[in-house]
Write a protein that binds this ligand. Structure first.
Ligand code: 13P
Length: 294
C-alpha cells in the first residue's frame, strides 16, 4: 500500500528504528525493494532523484510501476522525490501523487533555505504530501565533505528551522557524505550531535549518504534517532555485483536472466539492510507491531 512517508516515519520515530529509502532507477530495483519489504514485514521508501528522473527513471514511467507494486503488498510503501530543488519538478511530483517530497535548500543561505522550504511545506501539505528538509549540508564523499565540521547541522538552528518550515522530517549532517568513500575509509559519525538533535527536535531524522557507513555506524545512528536512511551507491553496487557474478558463471547469459540476477541480488541486499536498521518485522498483516527496538 502506498502511504505518506510521514506515517512511516512517525512509527519509526516512536519505536526507534530506521527505514531504508532506496534510489530505485528501474523496475528491477523498485520490485526488489518492495518485495524485500513484503518478505521482511518492513516498511520501505522508494525514491527518485531529479537527475535520475531526467536521465533514466522517468517519473511518468516509474510512478505507475511503484503504485502497482505497492498495491500488491501488505507493508507500507512511500514514494519520495529525493533532493528536490526546482519548484516545477516538486509541484509535478506532488500533483502526480508522490507521498513525500524533499526540498534540499542545504546549499542556500540559511534564511533562503527557511523561506523556500516553508513554501514547499505549505504547498505539499495542502495536497496531503509530506515534506523532508535538509539543514547543514551532506556533501560528497569524493570531496571528503564528511570530515568538514562546518557543514554539520547545528541543533539550535535546526529547532528554529523545523519550527518555521513545518517539515515532517529533517535530513541532518553528522558525518556521512554521498557516494563511495576512499577505499578502506569508514566515516566517523558525530553521535553526540545526533543525540542532541534528537533530544531537541524529537522528530524523524534522516541520514543521507548511507552507503559505505558500516553496520556499526548504522546501528548506532538508528539507536541515536535516525529513522530514514538514504541508500543509492551501495544498492546500485549490489545490482552490479550480482550481474557480474552471473556473467562469471555464464558469460553467455541472456539479458533477461541478467536482469533477474540483478533483481535477486538487490533483494537480498535490501533484506539484509532491513535487519541491520531494525525495520524487519515491524508490520504484520498491514498493521504496525508496537515494540521498541532491542
Ligand atoms: P549514497 O549514494 O551515499 O548511498 O547516498 C544516497 C543519498 O543520500 C541519496 O539522497
Amino acid at each position: 500500500m502506498l502511504v505518506s512517508m510521514k506515517a512511516i516515519l512517525e512509527d519509526a520515530n516512536t519505536n526507534y528504528y530506521g527505514v531504508m529509502a532506496m534510489n530505485s532507477i528501474n523496475i528491477e530495483m523498485a520490485r526488489a525493494g518492495i518485495m524485500a519489504a513484503e518478505e521482511e514485514h518492513s516498511p520501505i521508501i522508494i525514491q527518485f532523484g531529479p537527475g535520475q528522473m531526467k536521465n533514466h527513471a522517468h517519473m511518468e514511467e516509474m510512478l505507475p510501476v511503484v503504485e502497482e507494486l505497492a498495491k500488491r503488498v501488505h507493508v507500507p510503501v512511500a514514494l519520495n522525490l529525493d533532493h528536490g530543488s526546482d519548484f516545477y519538478v516538486i509541484v509535478d511530483c506532488i500533483n502526480a501523487g508522490f507521498s513525500n517530497v524533499m526540498f534540499d535548500g542545504s546549499s542556500l543561505p540559511y534564511e533562503e533555505n527557511v523561506k523556500r522550504t516553508a513554501i514547499v511545506s505549505a504547498l505539499a501539505h495542502g495536497m496531503g504530501c509530506s515534506v523532508e528538509g535538509e539543514l547543514g549540508h551532506v556533501g560528497q564523499a569524493a570531496d571528503a565533505d564528511d570530515d568538514n565540521l562546518d557543514l554539520y547541522t547545528n541543533p539550535d538552528q535546526a529547532l528554529d528551522f523545523v519550527t518555521r518550515t513545518g517539515v515532517d522530517a529533517l535530513a541532518v549532517a553528522i558525518g556521512t557524505a554521498h557516494g563511495a568513500y576512499p577505499k578502506g575509509k569508514i566515516p566517523k559519525l558525530d553521535f553526540e550531535r545526533l543525540h542532541l538533535l534528537k533530544d531537541t527536535l524529537k522528530m524523524p531524522l534522516v541520514l543521507h549518504g548511507g552507503s559505505g557507513s558500516g553496520e556499526e555506524n548504522l546501528k548506532k545512528a538508528v539507536a541515536g534517532g535516525i529513522n530514514k536512511i538514504n541508500v543509492c551507491t551501495d544498492a546500485w553496487q549490489a545490482a552490479k555485483d550480482a550481474t557480474l557474478s552471473a556473467l562469471r558463471v555464464d558469460p553467455e547469459m541472456d539479458y533477461m536472466h541478467l536482469c533477474m540476477a540483478a533483481e535477486a541480488g538487490i533483494k537480498e541486499f535490501v533484506k539484509d539492510y532491513m535487519k541491520v536498521i531494525g525495520s524487519s518485522g515491524r508490520y504484520i498483516y498491514g498493521k504496525a507491531v508496537s515494540r521498541s527496538s532491542e
